[in-house]
Design a protein. Sequence first.
Length: 525
Amino acid sequence: MNPQENYDADIRESASVAHIYGKALVAGESFTSAGNAYGFSPESLKPIADRELAMGVNRFVIHTSVHQPDSKAGPGMGLGPYGIWFSRKETWAAQAGPWVSYLARSSFLLQQGRFVADIAYLYGEDTNITSLFHERAVPVPAGYSFDFVNSDALLNEFSTKDGILTTRSGMKYRVLALDASTHRMSLPLLRKIRDLVRAGAVVVGAGPVDSPSLADDEVEFRALAAELWGATPGEVRVGLGKVIDGRTLAEALAASSVAPDVIFAQTPGAELHFVHRALADGDLYFISSSSAQAMAVDTSFRVTGRAPELWRADTGTSALLSYSMENGRTIVPLKLEPNDAVFVMFRRSAAAQSRVIPEPAAKTLSTLDGPWEVSFPPGLGAPDHARFDDLQSWTASAVPGIKYFSGTATYGKSLQVPQNWLGRDSRVWLDLGEVKNLAEVSINGRSLGVLWKPPFKLDVTGALRVGENRLEIRVTNLWPNRLIGDKQPATEQVALAPFNPFKADSPLLPSGVLGPVIFSRVGAQ
């Protein structure tokens, strides 16, 4: 069992309410967890955020931001082990901007337009989503999106227009799917389904066997069930619509000419999710990967006539994408980093049936070896300065103040840049390799931004100059190492932590720049 299925269904239920009733915002309490409140970084929080976005959340309510007294030390006050301690005392508080911007950009884009789903998934009148799906996934085939629907919404919000299930707010669904929990159904709900089908709706699933209400007319109930489902499983046409029983939902959708909205090419080990928003001038797709591995996946969208663009909420940038159109669909090759999430926008008319964006060539220019000058801030137990002959975790140091350091340390190094690095038609990129946990890069005193997730790389072309250059990397780790250090025998307490769940022998977290640090030229070689 996927332990997150429970939360997936609960979140999607709330999002479904917003969609059905025409509400733009779906707020969710986020990052609430029993465990090590100190051990989260933006990198580790991102897959959780992306999972919420994929289930329909578009406004994050972060748990928890606790008032902090005016003191130098951290991590300060909190609510025990629950949630993240989202406060100015977090080690990475000063570098949180890009992560918060990622949440904001993603949320804003997913508040635009109207959610697109093919399936209205009806569940029983005498149960709830959590009890139904805390141990099983919702049986909706891959490539299709859905909203949960309860009896009240179906009775009061739904009608059929031109063969499409439509709500008063404007949501549209191609089929009404019945869950196994609808085997008992009240007579008013059964009448509503009859009316929807007669007007052209498609219903998929087994018919009800009885009513949960003693007030319902049993004769009418059985007559309606027989009208809609007949005597044996199959396809029964009623008025302008039909009821399909005895087929899987995927088979019924195919028989009703409802193609998948998104098809991901076979990618072993991939766990991919999508959200589709219909805009006034196009279509926007959110694509997220829960894989720890980078991947290339050809993705087929139920869109044609418009050219795709890649929009990245992490960088706020956009780029053209390669594509090909065939059979009313657009196939886009996507490259996804570990735990990546991107937006694919279709808004401009395509000038051709296909387009190929050349992949720029990359060439390694230099790998920076030691030594590195490393400076530490005062008052946190570490020496002012240290020399690292090579890149290794702070926890490997024989100096306790470095071994148990938590906070931000600055790596410094001078390097010579030859003329041939800076070509007119190429860009120079700096890749820090592995970083624990965030890094702000500056060259010649110019900050180039904060890196908070893999790949820890950025374009440094505009900051470099021919000759001597000064590189500085401000690296921030998490609180656990210092809290473990404070538990060592005969050690002066450095951190102010009313709640310290660690022991002296608790495992330390890798920290610092682990590398390799590589300069590369991308483009004309």
